[in-house]
Design a protein around this ligand. Structure first.
Ligand SMILES: NC(=O)C1=CN([C@@H]2O[C@H](COP(=O)(O)OP(=O)(O)OC[C@H]3O[C@@H](n4cnc5c(N)ncnc54)[C@H](O)[C@@H]3O)[C@@H](O)[C@H]2O)C=CC1
Ligand SMILES: O=C(O)[C@H]1O[C@H](OP(=O)(O)OP(=O)(O)OC[C@H]2O[C@@H](n3ccc(=O)[nH]c3=O)[C@H](O)[C@@H]2O)[C@H](O)[C@@H](O)[C@@H]1O
Length: 442
């Protein structure tokens, strides 16, 4: 049982802090956001993550988990201090280390005895050394520094944490490495031992590689559209080769979220800073941006013009089972549709309030799927929510002004859409044309 302070109680800090507590450690999750801490103390979660409320409640009751905005006390009390604050993207694309530097200074000011300080935030190579130097400016108290990047996915974060595929640990001493490795034994037996710098780079390499798979399959999808091939079959056909693997080969509107867009941009920066021209990552980012434009172009090709047309956007979160809309395709696409003269109605089961904060009243919002679709000229699927996947297509066809569906997630079978009489434009698959539109030459 270890005493842990988790500084930064966001997606990562809250989930991993709770999982460490569930494994029997004494965890204090702290944050400068007092409202967030107050909410948590009342048992209300600041984010939507399946299973989180139950696990937090269980560990609060057990007394293994605490929340506080008194960061100095949490630092003094802990043996291990985790840093899990945000590292957002600056306007130039690099990782913003403002919060990391603030926390390093706070740790330095309150370090009362030897402790192990662990970076869980995604940080550029060299940040471990930067954190150490900031702490040393404040104190002579000895400490070790560890890089232990996080690989959880939103929406399945608890599962990913409790059964992690691997832990990557880079430490400045054998003692610190062993301590953090032991902390991970309940969650995984696969532990990669490395230097701090290598651990920092592994995190970016992992996200960039996954993003590359997505842009690769989206490029293949764009070729499929030109040669009448089906990208879902291409994914299956290549993915069954175990060297390639089936995951992350779903073509669509492209990747969003708080990490792939920012981490690919940050990796490009890291390479530029060391004089390396990482052309592949440039291409991955460009394909991803184009994929969003491509979805708008599909709507235009189906409707002729968007001026005066009612478009129902189905899904606002960057992926299902989360209310996170950071770099979500919807945030880019909806303003484009509005600029082109469309009236946009947006549906999401849980992310509406987050999108409203960012887009305001550029469109109308609803948590009722069928109400969003009523009398629409076209539907645009942007998130593969189960609610959208299981929609009653017969009813959809009846209530729409015209049955046009543009699908950025390839949710429906082409045969079904053809039988039901939809005009259906998906990604990297042949277009299904409603008979009347086919004669107009779509
Ligand atoms: N969200 C995700 O799925 C994953 C995120 N990561 C990385 O983990 C890091 C954290 O990401 P999220 O949890 O998504 O961020 P977040 O934005 O949800 O949470 C960060 C938290 O840190 C707090 N904070 C900022 N400055 C602070 C300070 N000086 N003292 C105490 N608290 C402070 C903020 O108030 C906020 O609650 C980032 O580097 C991210 O790239 C890594 C893997 C997965
Ligand atoms: O560093 C991070 O924050 C995290 O980033 C991703 O996790 P996450 O952003 O939660 O979501 P993913 O499930 O990876 O999906 C990312 C985006 O790619 C898209 N995607 C994913 C898979 C696919 O085949 N096609 C595709 O378009 C999703 O729709 C989504 O927009 C990684 O999967 C995590 O391992 C990592 O810890």
């Amino acid at each position: 049982m270890k005493k842990i302070a988790m500084i930064g109680t966001g997606y990562v800090g809250l989930v991993s802090g709770t999982c460490f507590a569930d494994a029997g450690n004494e965890v204090t999750c702290c944050d400068i956001d007092q409202d967030k801490i107050a909410k948590l103390l009342q048992g209300s979660m600041p984010i939507y993550e399946p299973g989180l409320t139950e696990l937090v409640t269980k560990n609060l009751k057990k007394g293994t988990l605490q929340f506080t905005s008194e960061i100095p006390q949490a630092i003094s009390h802990a043996e291990i201090i985790y840093i899990a604050v945000g590292t957002p993207m600056t306007v130039t694309g690099e990782a913003d280390l403002t919060y990391i530097k603030q926390v390093a200074k706070t740790i330095g000011e309150h370090l009362n005895e030897y402790k192990v300080i662990v970076t869980k935030s995604t940080v550029p190579v060299g940040t471990g050394k930067l954190i150490a130097s900031i702490i040393k400016e404040q104190t002579d108290t000895p400490f070790d520094l560890v890089s232990n990047p996080e690989f959880l996915r939103e929406g399945v974060a608890i599962k990913d944490c409790l059964n992690m595929e691997r832990a990557v640990i880079g430490a400045t001493s054998e003692n610190a490495w062993q301590l953090i490795a032991d902390l991970h034994r309940p969650f995984t037996s696969k532990i990669v031992k490395t230097s701090v710098e290598t651990a920092e780079l592994i995190k970016y390499a992992a996200n960039a590689f996954l993003a590359t798979k997505i842009s690769f399959i989206n490029d293949i999808a764009n070729i499929c559209e030109r040669v009448d091939a089906d990208v879902t079959k291409v994914s299956e056909g290549i993915g069954l080769d175990s060297r390639i693997g089936q995951s992350f080969l779903q073509a669509g509107v492209g990747f969003g979220g708080s990490c792939f867009p920012k981490d690919t941009a940050a990796l490009r920066h890291i390479s530029q800073n060391v004089g390396y021209n990482f052309k592949l990552i440039e291409a991955v980012m460009e394909t991803n941006e184009q994929q969003r434009v491509h979805m708008v172009n599909k709507l235009v090709s189906a409707l002729g013009t968007l001026e005066g047309k009612t478009i129902s956007v189905l899904g606002l979160a960057f992926k299902p089972n989360t209310d996170d809309v950071r770099s979500s395709p919807a945030l880019d696409i909806i303003p484009q549709l509005v600029t082109m003269g469309a009236e946009v109605r947006a549906y999401d089961p849980i992310a509406v309030s987050e999108v409203k904060k960012r887009l305001g009243y550029q469109c109308t919002y609803s948590e009722n799927l069928y109400k969003t679709i009523e009398n629409a000229d076209a539907c645009l699927v942007l998130t593969d929510w189960q609610q959208v996947r299981q929609i009653d297509l017969t009813k959809v066809k009846q209530i729409m002004k015209q049955p046009i569906l543009v699908d950025g997630r390839n949710l429906f079978e082409l045969e079904t859409m053809e039988q039901l009489g939809f005009t259906y434009l998906s990604v990297g698959r042949p277009i299904v044309k409603q008979a009347s539109l086919a004669t107009k030459g779509l």
